[in-house]
Write a protein that binds this ligand. Structure first.
Ligand SMILES: C[S@@+](CC[C@H](N)C(=O)[O-])C[C@H]1O[C@@H](n2cnc3c(N)ncnc32)[C@H](O)[C@@H]1O
Length: 466
């Protein structure tokens, strides 16, 4: 290891930056975040440096660097345009024991400044020891997406309870186990969801239990929208919870690439409700969720699209609420959003549609559709039918019978957002035969309305069959 990683407390420490250009500006910005006392030596300043000077955040000596500038400083950054001057500043700082960094010149650095993910008080620093700063920055971007923005709040919350945990749990192993559960389960989620009083209540009761030797943590259920197929459409929160789950119950609409993101050692249970043969009834699913969470498991209930749009999310949550199981909901991209975006069909458009309506195409036991047809007949409204493949002939027929023009543009999108997406664009009168010809299968979404005509110009993903 070329550099020993440490974090320096620079609050109110005298630091020197030599140079007044863009690089110096970035360095000063980092030092300001650390609340250092900054002196700048530069003839000319960038507008931002000048602003900080006017605001009294930094002081400046408008002249050339001299050795005396280093006296009394804890740290110096040489950020001038002249590498020989930067090297000289480094050499002089070394002689008097001031930590020095000549920017972009690893041989003349006693320390390097890492790429930082700041969730203060939690800070992650990445360094390539000055060899590949761009690589460090790329890695930082990846980590940024994985560490929730509210982790700083979680770190502060943990800090407030640290002494209490230490005095309640004498063994280090017990403390570690406690913290591992607390920082990944319902307590952490309550903090991240902005509910610190609930988190404190859970924390205290968990600590009380564990200090009396009850080690089983409280379970919870996360009802998560897995989106329409493309795993990159998952939210960051969904990804984090999927990867933390001990057990995942998933529907048949959840795509394989999304399932691949589940932790390898987690239990995966399919509760697919295939058309015609329900492998598990809704009641069975509710009971399974309650049972698993009751065993202290972190349960992820993964549903295609969004759980609150034709997803029975409300029914499952009602059962959990009645059983007093803690839960949270993570919305997903619904099929309407995903399919329309990937088909190039804006659901509303100033020239074509002021409203959009999501409708179920699922037939009742008597074979009828429970749909208010007259309210759907409006040339400036977009209609999105879910579960409408089998009932497509009835949908198209009823809409025309109630007055929607037979040449209204209509689209059917199969397996939207996945590599197997199929997009059919036709008219209301021609949609059924076009879908038949293309042998569309489930899941298929139907979009009807003037906005569909835009697909011809705006479709960008996969093929379009007209
Ligand atoms: C029971 S609903 C679930 C809807 C889901 N909760 C959502 O928000 O997208 C199932 C219907 O959603 C539509 N659907 C879901 N994913 C789809 C996809 N990738 N492509 C096309 N349609 C999809 C189909 O109409 C399917 O029959």
């Amino acid at each position: 290891m070329d550099y020993f990683p440490i974090f320096l407390k620079l609050k109110n420490q005298h630091c020197l930056v030599v140079g007044g250009g863009d690089v110096a500006t970035r360095k000063v910005q980092s030092l300001l975040a650390a609340e250092a006392n900054i002196t700048l030596v530069a003839m000319r300043l960038t507008p931002l440096l000048d602003q900080w000077l006017q605001e009294g955040k930094i002081s400046c000596r408008h002249r050339e660097f001299t050795s005396t500038d280093l006296y009394g400083k804890s740290l110096v950054i040489a950020a001038t345009a002249s590498s020989s001057l930067n090297q000289r500043i480094f050499a002089e700082a070394e002689v008097i024991g001031v930590l020095a960094n000549a920017v972009d010149d690893p041989d003349y650095c006693r320390f390097v400044t890492p790429a930082v993910i700041d969730r203060s008080p939690l800070v992650i620093a990445i360094s390539s020891g000055g060899t590949a700063p761009v690589l460090s920055r790329m890695l930082r971007q990846q980590i940024e997406t994985l560490v929730p923005a509210a982790y700083g709040r979680l770190a502060r919350f943990a800090g407030n309870f640290r002494d209490r945990v230490k005095s309640s749990l004498s063994s280090m192993g017990a403390r570690r186990h406690f913290w591992e559960e607390a920082l990944a389960g319902p307590i952490a989620d309550a903090v991240l969801n902005g509910n610190e009083s609930e988190a404190a209540t859970l924390f205290n009761s968990e600590l009380e239990k564990q200090s009396h030797g009850h080690t089983r943590p409280e379970g919870q259920v996360s009802l998560i929208g897995a989106g329409p197929g493309d795993p990159e459409l998952l939210t960051l929160k969904a990804l984090r919870l999927i990867q933390q789950a001990d057990v995942v119950l998933y529907d048949n609409l959840v795509s394989q690439p999304v399932l691949n993101l589940v932790r390898r050692d987690a239990l995966k249970i399919s509760v697919a409700k295939e058309k015609g043969h329900h492998s598990k009834s809704q009641e069975d699913i509710n009971s399974e969720l309650i049972k698993l969470a009751g065993q202290g498991k972190r349960v992820c209930r993964l549903k295609g699209g969004d759980p609150f749009i034709f997803g029975r999310g409300g029914e499952e949550l009602t059962a959990l609420a009645e059983a007093q199981i803690p839960f949270q909901v993570v919305p997903g991209i619904s099929a309407a959003n995903g399919c329309s975006a990937y088909a190039g069909i804006p659901l509303t458009h100033r020239d074509h549609a002021e409203s959009v309506t999501f409708v179920t195409g699922h037939k009742k036991h008597n074979g009828e559709l429970d749909v208010p047809w007259s309210s759907l007949v409006n040339n400036r409204q977009t209609l999105v039918f879910y579960m409408g493949l089998t009932s497509m002939p009835m949908i198209c027929e009823q809409l025309q019978a109630h007055g929607l023009a037979h040449d209204t543009p209509a689209a059917a999108i199969q397996q939207g957002t996945s590599a197997d997406q199929q997009l059919i664009v036709s008219s209301l009168a021609g949609l059924v035969s076009a879908a038949k010809k293309a042998q569309l299968r489930s899941p298929t979404l139907i979009i009807i309305g003037q906005v569909v005509q835009l697909a011809e110009k705006l479709h960008w993903f996969g093929e379009l069959s007209a």
